[in-house]
Design a protein around this ligand. Structure first.
Ligand code: COA
Length: 148
């Protein structure tokens, strides 16, 4: 991801999330050496992206989204598996993330990748008061899952 991608990413953000990240947050994360930001392009167009950071053997997925016109084609799976494979080479072992408990599509996506519920963070999301599910999975197991 580069600053030149941010207009397309902001469109995906707005189409994907109730409370999208501000552009300034992406600019800030692009400067953060711990944060990995990657995009997927189809031809010249950005169709998806992810943000995560790694601390020793822990990987925290901050965000992942695919443009609605490009979903259910394996884009997010491919992007995540490729990035986790790189993280494993840097010592990454376990993936953690939070997801809204009513985000059934994303939860199905993560379950397919063998992630399990490791905890609940009550009223984690300020906009709706929704709980977050804390999901976790071993990268070794996630990498055994094939793209659809
Ligand atoms: C979740 C998201 C990133 C998945 O992206 P994607 O590129 O469509 O995912 P993939 O095509 O790799 O999906 C792989 C598999 O996951 C499961 N899956 C993905 N989205 C699903 C959905 N909406 N409902 C049910 N299962 C789903 C399916 O098993 C799918 O395989 P299939 O299409 O052969 O049935 C995308 O729906 C998205 O951007 N959602 C909005 C943003 C969001 O909620 N992000 C997660 C925040 S924690």
């Amino acid at each position: 991801m580069t600053p030149a991608d941010l207009d397309e990413i902001m469109e995906i953000e707005r189409l994907s999330f109730l409370s999208p990240w501000e552009k300034t947050l992406f600019v800030q994360e692009l400067k953060n050496p711990r944060t990995i930001l990657r995009v997927v392009r189809e031809k010249a167009r950005v169709t998806g992206y992810l943000a995560l950071y790694q601390v020793l053997d822990e990987i925290h997925l901050l965000s992942i989204a695919v443009h609605p016109d490009f979903r259910r084609k394996g884009t997010a799976t491919g992007l995540l598996l490729e990035t986790l494979s790189d993280c494993r080479r840097q010592g990454g072992k376990t993936l953690y993330l939070e997801v809204r408990e009513n985000n059934h599509g994303a939860i199905a996506f993560y379950r397919r990748l063998s992630l399990v519920v490791a905890g609940v963070r009550p009223r984690y999301y300020q906009d709706t008061g929704e709980n977050a599910l804390l999901l976790a999975g071993e990268i070794e197991n996630i990498l055994k899952v094939l793209p659809p």
